[in-house]
Design a binder for this molecule. Structure first.
Ligand SMILES: [Zn+2]
Length: 285
């Protein structure tokens, strides 16, 4: 297995440069992978101070987005994160919840339906982590195969999580899902094009997603490794992360990968990053 992973890594390194198009298999496959950016809610961060343990953002606010992604691969569809609960769509103007004002102008269900995806035919679901704004519709997609870091599975189904009546009911149905769990990283389709990578620290099993797209090249979806564009420069760690030292190690690992692959990095809560992406029916490929 280790050899297979090393070969995949070498293969990807060889393919990261523009290649002539007369090769048949890998490039042809890669060309058909599509990344759709979906808006899964709006989050007004009313107290940005909690996003830096060193006080870097004290007194500031930020209008963030909650984004989800559909990855369409020849071997199946993967939904990466499920955003805030669709039920909030019925609440005009949204609700204030602690240091956040949250709203869902467009449901995930509706956006997926426009792309021909339903809770009954989705193949794979993965969550960067189990927080409310990423797992908010998780339970609706329990028929899909759930691919989650084994440390996050343990975290999201621990006794204390079950007592969180705001978050747990949103994803509790996933307990019955068919599951693929992993530690380290998981190659979703077995061809190196879609890889879920452990970057723990925000939560015990937090992950980011690496995509190899034919035209765009390497794309990295950050989950909540970073919430803000400036967090990448400042290496700030939210006060509510489960492990600050582990978060910083994950940032090092992520940045080394981003540099090595010359990746396009998408910070999932960044309105700037999200607005710059094509919107369905358009996609990144
Ligand atoms: Zn988040």
């Amino acid at each position: 297995m280790k050899n297979a992973l090393i070969c995949t890594a070498l293969f990807l390194a060889a393919c990261s440069k523009p290649a002539p198009t007369d090769h048949a298999t890998p490039e042809t496959k890669a060309e058909t992978i599509k990344l759709y950016a979906l808006e899964c809610g709006r989050i007004d961060m009313l107290d940005l101070g909690i996003f830096a343990s060193n006080g870097a953002y004290d007194g500031q606010t930020y209008k963030a987005v909650s984004s989800c992604y559909l990855i369409r691969h020849p071997k199946g569809d993967l939904l990466w994160d499920t955003g805030l609960p669709d039920a909030l769509n019925a609440v005009d103007g949204g609700v204030t919840n602690g240091p956040f004002h949250i709203a869902v102008p467009h449901t995930l269900l509706g956006q997926l339906a426009d792309l021909g995806v339903t809770p009954d035919n989705l193949d794979y679901l993965s969550l960067s982590h189990s927080h409310f704004d990423h797992a908010g519709n998780g339970g609706m997609y329990a028929k899909a195969t759930l691919i989650v870091n084994e440390a996050e599975i343990a975290h999201m189904f621990r006794d204390e999580a079950r007592k969180d009546m705001q978050t747990f009911p949103a994803y509790s149905a996933l307990e019955a899902s068919e599951k693929i769990t992993f530690s380290g990283e998981h190659d979703v389709f077995g061809d190196g094009s879609v890889t879920i990578i452990d970057t723990s620290g925000h939560t015990p099993g937090h992950t980011v997603l690496r995509l190899e797209l034919a035209n765009t090249g390497t794309v990295l979806l950050t989950g909540d490794l970073y919430h803000l564009n400036k967090a990448r420069e400042l290496r700030t760690v939210p006060v509510f992360n489960t492990d600050e030292a582990e978060t910083l190690r994950s940032m090092d690992k992520f940045e080394a990968l981003a540099k090595e692959t010359n990746a396009k990095v998408i910070i999932q809560h960044s309105t700037q990053d999200f607005e710059a992406l094509p919107k369905p029916p358009e996609y990144l490929d």
